[in-house]
Design a protein around this ligand. Structure first.
Ligand SMILES: NC(=O)C1=CN([C@@H]2O[C@H](COP(=O)(O)OP(=O)(O)OC[C@H]3O[C@@H](n4cnc5c(N)ncnc54)[C@H](O)[C@@H]3O)[C@@H](O)[C@H]2O)C=CC1
Ligand SMILES: O=C([O-])CC(=O)C(=O)O
Length: 254
């Protein structure tokens, strides 16, 4: 199965390095002028993508730039950019393009687990869902949390409290997990989110709590940051690769 990768950041690199047969890297979709890091053909226009599946590793910007054209052309686009769905106009244009062209957008669970449990629980009805994202201060670089002076923090700082839509729109590179939780569970407005910069942790720590007709659960995941980007967890890259691999598996765990 020929895979095209969008972007050339640490997640793209992880996918490129770990693809194994029958998956093979066929193409990279990059910004104009960007060089492919590997000996792989690069294109900058989504209309030039020629692959069986597309792995979007370019965040919300990449999905905004290329998602509609790829979906309109009928591609299956695997992505981690759940935050894109917090932008109602972008979400609508992605869904409309997929409906018109027969493409599909597949959201990998990303840096958090228990998304399967949450979506099963949704079937019976959920009453409350809460997500807490805790990262070392360096993991919040380039986000609105910087206004609190991340480098001088000596104790945990809650820099965002609100709903999943506001979290995803304000932190598009750091709150994709909040958006995934919202989409799998009780929606963007009803999902409660807290984002914390904590000088006392080394891992990107994601806690998910849910209540509903099924009962309740609480789960915490301590994910090691990806070499090259303290904002992203290695588990997110692994999750995207697993989603691609499940596309060719005879037996699939969902
Ligand atoms: N759902 C989840 O759990 C997680 C989701 N993510 C998402 O995955 C994305 C990728 O992660 P990293 O590799 O760590 O981030 P990164 O921000 O370092 O890399 C993004 C790459 O995409 C490229 N890019 C951006 N816009 C583009 C466009 N229009 N066309 C082509 N390339 C474009 C950039 O040049 C860069 O190479 C993040 O931006 C974030 O949105 C990251 C971690 C967890
Ligand atoms: O990788 C992580 O730990 C989570 C992340 O960046 C996101 O939710 O966008």
């Amino acid at each position: 199965m020929r895979v095209a990768i969008i972007g050339r950041g640490p997640i793209a690199q992880y996918i490129a390095e770990h693809l194994k047969p029958p998956l093979a890297l066929a193409q990279m979709l990059l910004r104009p002028g960007a060089e492919a890091p590997l000996d792989v053909p690069a294109v900058s226009d989504a209309r030039d993508v020629d692959a069986d599946v597309v792995a979007d590793c370019a965040g919300m910007d990449g999905l905004r730039a290329h998602g509609p054209a790829l979906l309109e052309a009928g591609h299956r686009v695997f992505t981690l950019s759940a935050a894109a769905f917090a932008d109602a106009a972008l979400a609508e244009s992605l869904v409309a393009a997929a409906e018109r062209g027969g493409g599909r957008i597949i959201l990998a669970a990303g840096a958090i687990g228990a998304i399967d449990t949450l979506s099963a629980a949704k079937v019976g009805g959920l009453t409350a869902v809460r997500y807490t994202g805790r990262k070392p201060p360096a993991g919040w670089a380039g986000t609105p949390a910087e206004r609190f002076g991340l480098k001088s923090l000596t104790e945990p700082l809650v820099h965002f409290e609100g709903n999943a839509r506001d979290a995803a729109l304000a932190y598009p590179k750091n709150a994709n997990v909040a958006a995934t939780v919202a989409l799998a569970g009780i929606g963007f407005e009803a999902t409660t989110v807290r984002l914390i910069a904590d000088p006392g942790v080394a891992a990107n720590t994601h806690t998910l709590e849910a209540e509903g007709a099924f009962g309740r659960f609480s789960a915490t995941f301590e994910a090691a940051p990806l070499p090259g980007n303290p904002r992203s967890s290695g588990l997110a890259a692994m999750s995207l690769l697993r989603a691609l691999e499940s596309e060719v598996a005879c037996v699939r765990i969902v």
